[in-house]
Design a protein around this ligand. Sequence first.
Ligand SMILES: Cc1ncc(COP(=O)(O)O)c(C=O)c1O
Length: 389
Amino acid sequence: MRSLEDFAVQKLGELDRAGLHRVLTETTRLDGIYAVRNGRKLLSFCCNDYLNLTHYPAIKAAAIAAVTRYGVGSGASRLVTGNHPLFAELENRLARFKGTAAASVFGSGYLANAGIIPALIGPDDLVLIDELAHACLWAGARLARAQVLPFRHADVAHAKMLLAEHRARHPRALIATDGIFSMDGDLAPLPDLAALAQRYDAWLMTDDAHGLGVVGDGGRGSAFAWADRQDIPLQMGTLSKAIGAYGGYLCASAAVIDLLRNRARTFVYSTGLPPAIAAAAIAALDLIERDPAYAALPLAKAKFFTRLTGLPEARSPIVPVIYGDAEAALHRSRFLEEEGFLVTAIRPPTVPVGTARLRFTFTAGHPDDEIERLARIMRDPKLDLEFEP
Ligand SMILES: Cc1ncc(COP(=O)(O)O)c(C=O)c1O
């Protein structure tokens, strides 16, 4: 197939010329914070394992015990092969933790968003979405074939203007936003968005992939990070970050969850998660509920770093430093790697063109003296001088 090869080579050439050709670099994670790359041990600041639970002994033991007892894969869709009791237990635990009537687990966070929105919203409907929302919220919105209108990042006045102009023409409307923005680390203005949703009869949906386990009242997520808990009818998230396992979820009312189990195509037509993953996630929730002080550590470490560097105070464990140009971000990433830190450069299309950055993620186990050393290097003018565009 010559045309296929030509197409691939031409596209790769375009990516190369723009400094956007990504490659997979072999990296072995040793524990929750250190990794080996090119034969060197590096302290990683680019992993969403905020509580270092991927390597937590009691959680690994729960997963191993479940594999031994129930096997590896789950065999088929949960509606076909039957619902493993560990799924019911995990969903009850998630609903209780988030304060909703029910919850449903999906194969991943991406699959959750790709399934939830088209199950609730159709071609006649309206989706308002924060322009910086995660790619999979966008994917869900597009799959719904609705009218999709982006509003400027965290700009409630803009969202209001769009609703005032368009809402009346659509039977149903959804407002979709990250709770914590994955590449910027800021919080969505949830109290104002919730009030707007109420006023225009729009359904508010948060993607709290980066909120669960690390922000708001013992790690209950972004809805709980305000003076009053926010009433958000669709709270989606993932088990792959602070929970340290894998899979996505939605917390919502019993009727909404029941509907999604019947209509969300990524739930109905996809194999259930491995039972061991459910066992690990339950053990992780146990730990987070037992030890809220531990769940507060990643944000405290991020704040320590922003204080030392003079960056705006962290609102979550994610701290971006924006350089604009992809090559500039890559250069700094290489520089930090030489100093023993793994901080991947984030480039378009993951972030908008002209906003390439280093994205630091802080975890419970990052040693304070290493954060101090990292901050010293980030403040060093040599880091800028050594980059010649
Ligand atoms: C905000 C956000 N939503 C959803 C996802 C997707 O979750 P998962 O990795 O479980 O597919 C991610 C992670 O990459 C994310 O950052």
